[in-house]
Ligand binder design. Structure first.
Ligand code: ZN
Length: 149
């Protein structure tokens, strides 16, 4: 494994152990749920919008380290962004996780490049993308539960 892979793995382990923005958001005006029955990952994503901007974002629930780390990284990446910017980040992350690093726009990814290793593990793709699908549903005020199935 390369040094970069080691670094990426360390970041993911850290976010899995100490997830950021990991709490309910009482003032949320958007809530969406994400469920990955294959692994048992189950989260709620909360958003509070100010106009077109994501003023606050948080999540709660439980699941494996990858799903929790990805959700934690997601909250850090989209906080303060506009809905349009958050959608572009979603697109870049989705491409990164499902198709690999060559398919994602590095400018949109920034720190999220740490998720690049996930594409090599097909069984973990659903874990890593779960919170992002829930985010997308929340942005669109879609009340449906985002399921990876
Ligand atoms: Zn999982």
């Amino acid at each position: 494994m390369s040094e970069l892979d080691d670094l990426y793995q360390e970041v993911i382990l850290d976010h899995g152990r100490r997830p950021r923005n990991f709490h309910a958001l009482p003032g949320a005006d958007r809530v969406a749920e994400g469920l990955n029955p294959l692994c048992g990952d189950h989260y709620k994503v909360f958003l509070r919008l100010e106009g077109d901007r994501i003023a606050e974002v948080a999540f709660e629930g439980s699941g494996c380290a990858i799903s929790k780390a990805s959700a934690s990284l997601m909250t850090g990446a989209v906080k303060g962004k506009t809905v349009g910017e958050a959608e572009r980040i979603f697109t870049a992350v989705h491409a990164l996780i499902t198709e690999g690093p060559d398919r994602a726009d590095p400018a949109e990814l920034g720190k999220l490049a740490v998720l690049s290793g996930v594409s090599a593990f097909p069984t973990r793709v659903k874990c890593a993308s779960l919170a992002w699908h829930a985010l997308k549903n929340a942005l669109h005020a879609d009340a449906q539960v985002a399921s990876t199935e």
